[in-house]
Write a protein that binds this ligand. Structure first.
Ligand code: ATP
Ligand code: MG
Length: 472
């Protein structure tokens, strides 16, 4: 179960007389008999010692002393034993204080299921010593892994419970990132949050505002990527975290949409969450855009004299909000641009009478690379609005026409005639006039691709000859 590459790393620590243990998600995975996706190790070695031990293969990950060791394209995160500190700013300790033992290191971890370790030891060493027991004999090195579980994490793992190590109020006040981590772990693992831990999240929710946008984003994106993402967003809302993380979305749960002559059955917030539920995309940013697509509605909601609810220009307002959110979460330029375009242009209509030109404008606005992502957003939007079918016949037709339009000429260079034809037929020399004729032919073709036909276009050029003569 533990592959040989990891065993080799463990062995290297052992040979150099350092303590080392597998911790974090990897232990959960091993105990749940799942494949390990992400390896975290804890050791008594200091960062400089780890770097020396794995020269050329390791690098400092951040200023808190996590070292990354590269093996076959994967990175194993190694953290020196630490001790819990006073956190003045609810973010992270001002100075890192190294812990003396694995027990001390486990005590500063967030949840019981994350405070279990598999420590490297000599065979037989663990048996009968308190809660420690031998469990894994390693294949390639003469050692065993000893299970160290001081907070009964195994029981919570079995019962599928997220519970803080120690007093939840204290632990969340020390590091407010743990508030959203609790929700993230509950959603990705399919666990429940234990009652007192949950009450403490509600009580301390506002502290999440102290955490940097980037760290919150990383956890939020893990929620968005989860299969049950929509339950995660609802949990953020119920615990009062959403109002600090995405206030733009949080207020949408109070915006009603039910109205005569409208198909909506949900309030805006529920509709957004349900759209995420049904969004078929696996791309985080597309899923995020689907969740946010209607947030502008809260700002522009109105009711006409006949009692009809309107949300004019909500996509314009929503596009601006998407940019503000991108800044808050420190998105890359590409992610920001994509989020903006998907939210800003989501309100397109599909209509069999649309001209090719209108379709091209749609593609230009959305961006060619985002067209199929926009269709995924629309599928989520439809199903999340209570419609039964992911696509209407109109949407299917729209997709088909988009595909056709995308392979049709987009520039003058794609016309089936060129400047030589224009000069020859009209008896012109090179000059701006030639370009003008080509451009007007292009305008015609852009509206109807069937006209991009050499015979037809040559005939049209001859008609210019007529025009020219008449104007003389
Ligand atoms: P994943 O499977 O998603 O990697 P993980 O539990 O390994 O889940 P990481 O973010 O990789 O999560 O963190 C590794 C370990 O570090 C956690 O299991 C936990 O023990 C500890 N940890 C991480 N963040 C915190 C925190 N804010 N406070 C206390 N302990 C933390
Ligand atoms: Mg991990």
């Amino acid at each position: 179960m533990i592959d040989k590459k990891i065993e080799a790393i463990l062995n290297k620590f052992e040979v150099a007389h350092f303590e080392v243990a597998v911790v974090g998600g990897a232990v959960r995975d091993i105990l749940q008999k799942k494949d390990v996706s992400d390896w975290d190790l804890a050791t008594s070695a200091k960062p400089e010692e780890i770097l020396k031990l794995f020269a050329n293969k390791s690098f400092y990950n951040n200023r808190f002393g996590t070292v990354g060791i590269k093996v076959d394209g994967e990175v194993v995160e190694v953290t020196t034993y630490r001790k819990e500190q006073r956190y003045k700013d609810w973010r992270h300790p001002d100075v890192v204080v190294w812990g003396k033992s694995l027990d001390e290191d486990l005590a500063r971890r967030d949840f019981t299921i994350n405070a279990i370790a598999l420590k490297l030891g000599a065979r037989g060493q663990g048996s009968g010593v308190g809660k420690k027991q031998d469990i894994y004999t390693l294949v390639s090195i003469p050692n065993t892994l000893i299970l160290v579980d001081p907070f009964d994490g195994q029981k919570d793992l079995k019962d599928k419970i997220i519970r803080t190590v120690g007093d939840p109020n204290k632990r969340f006040a020390e590091d407010a990132l743990r508030l959203i981590r609790a929700v993230r772990l509950a959603i990705t693992l399919g666990f429940e949050i234990e009652k007192n831990t949950r009450l403490a999240i509600i009580k301390n929710a506002k502290l999440i505002a102290k955490i940097s946008g980037e760290r919150v984003r990383d956890e939020l994106f893990k929620i968005i990527d989860a299969e049950n993402a929509y339950v995660g967003i609802l949990l953020l809302c119920e615990t009062g975290l959403l109002t600090h993380i995405l206030p733009e979305l949080d207020i949408c749960f109070d915006v009603q949409q039910k109205s005569p002559k409208r198909h909506h059955i949900f309030d805006v917030g529920t509709h957004c969450v349900m759209s995420l539920k049904f969004c078929p995309s696996k791309k985080t940013i597309v899923r995020f855009a689907t969740l946010l697509h209607d947030i502008g509605k809260a700002k522009v909601a109105n009711v006409t004299e006949d009692g009809i609810r309107t949300f004019y220009n909500h996509e314009v307002v929503g596009g601006k909000q998407a940019l503000v959110i991108s800044t808050r979460f420190n998105f890359s330029k590409t992610a920001r641009e994509k989020l903006f375009r998907l939210v800003r242009w989501h309100q397109f209509s599909v209509n069999e009478n649309q001209t090719d030109k209108a379709l091209r404008r749609f593609i230009r606005n959305v961006g060619l690379e985002n067209v199929s992502d926009m269709m995924d957003l629309r599928v989520g939007d439809r199903l999340g609005g209570g419609l039964q079918q992911p696509e209407s016949w109109r949407l299917k037709l729209f997709r088909k026409r988009l595909r056709e339009v995308m392979v049709k000429p987009f520039t003058v260079a794609d016309l089936k005639v060129d400047g030589h034809d224009v000069m020859k037929i009209l008896g012109l020399g090179p000059g701006p006039k030639v370009g003008e004729v080509l451009k007007s032919l292009f305008e015609e073709v852009a509206d109807d691709a069937n006209k991009n036909n050499r015979e037809y276009l040559l005939r049209r050029i001859s008609q210019y000859k007529q025009l020219k003569r008449n104007s003389i």
